[in-house]
Design a protein. Sequence first.
Length: 139
Amino acid sequence: MVSFFTEDVRFPFRQKRFTSKWLKFVAQHEGRKLGDISVIFCSDPYILDVNKKYLQHDYYTDIITFDYCEGDVLSGDLFISVDSVRENASFYGTDFENELNRVIVHGVLHLIGYDDHTEEDIAVMRSKEDFYLSHRADI
C-alpha cells in the first residue's frame, strides 16, 4: 500500500489512487510486490535536515529513499522535497507534475535495487524512469 504524507509544507497531492496503481504496475513489471511505501512531501530545509541527521550528508536533494524491503516486497520511505522538484522542473524545462512523477518512480527504482552512482547506473536509471513515465497513461 502506498501512503502519502506531508511534513512542513502544504501540498495537496490529488493523484494518490492513480499513483498507487502506477507504482504497483512498476513493481509487478520488475518482478516485485508492492508492500508499504510512504511518500512524504516536504521542503528543502526539511530534507536537508533528514540528509544530515540520517545520512551525514550536508546538501539539498530532491529525494531521499529509506529501504525497508524484504525479499521481493518493496517497502520504504520516500522523502521528496517539493521545493527541489519545482526547481528541477524549471531547470529541465518540464512541468512540475512530470518531474514529481519522475522523482517518485526514481525512489521506487532505488527500492528495487537500481543505483545512480556511476554514469552507466545513471543511464540505466534514466531509461527506466522514461519507460515507466511513458506507461503511466496506460494504467
